[in-house]
Design a protein around this ligand. Structure first.
Ligand code: URA
Length: 216
């Protein structure tokens, strides 16, 4: 797997990461969602550099211009519900992409152990597609791996990009072991630790709750 950690280079991305982590600023859910979306836009831009391009001739009001445009058939698949603002950010750039949605949640067996339950699924065919699998929080990595296994019933993608905002090193290691080796991981930033409840530390808290409010 190719692992691309975007904050290894200093850029304006750090401002968006700082805002989603900041316990005061993140209380503004509109701003939190928009910052996740902005990070999705940056991830999309970085992913786009690795796609396949072909020259097309475009007619302007004053003449013609040859320009290299990507030719991949892209599908963005997001895990409900925290993935929604990230999905929007990716679609802002890949506006001609197909969309797939899948639900995955942690079903707690006890206070510290859980299993991942995958239920709702709506997707176009993934056969031969460039799949961008979006999951903002790569904590243990179990959700994104379970989702990938469920997705394979809908076709074999030509290539796979994992688009994430914040990860724990354990999650990065887990996806590295469980995805095909050609997979590319794009992640804005990585923290060292997970706590006993599977939350990333220092992380940012619960991304779904911050974006859409607390659930029961
Ligand atoms: N999901 C979250 O929203 N936060 C974490 O820290 C881990 C998983």
């Amino acid at each position: 797997m190719t692992i691309n950690i975007l904050d290894s280079q200093k850029s304006i991305l750090n401002k968006f990461i700082s805002d989603i982590r900041d316990s005061e600023i993140q209380k503004d859910s509109l701003r939190f969602r928009r910052n996740i979306e902005r990070i999705g836009e940056i991830l999309a831009f970085e992913i786009s550099k690795t796609l396949s391009f072909e020259n097309k001739t475009i007619t302007t009001p004053l003449g013609e211009k040859e320009i290299a445009l990507y030719k991949n058939d892209v599908v963005v698949c997001s895990i409900l519900r925290a993935g929604l603002p990230l999905h929007n950010g990716l679609l802002n750039y890949f506006d001609d992409a197909g969309s797939a949605f899948i639900s995955a949640y942690r079903k707690h067996i006890n206070k510290t152990e859980f299993e991942i339950v995958v239920e709702y699924f709506a997707s176009p065919s993934l056969e031969g597609k460039t799949l961008i699998l979006a999951d903002p929080m790569l904590a243990t990595g179990q959700s994104i791996v379970s989702v990938y296994q469920a997705l394979l019933k809908h076709g074999t993608p030509k290539e796979i990009h994992l688009a994430c905002v914040l990860g724990a090193q354990d999650g990065v290691d887990f996806v590295k072991e469980n995805f095909p080796k050609e997979t590319k991981l794009w992640i804005a930033t990585v923290d060292k630790n997970l706590n006993e409840k599977g939350y990333i530390v220092p992380g940012l808290g619960d991304a779904g709750d911050l974006a859409y409010g607390e659930k029961l």
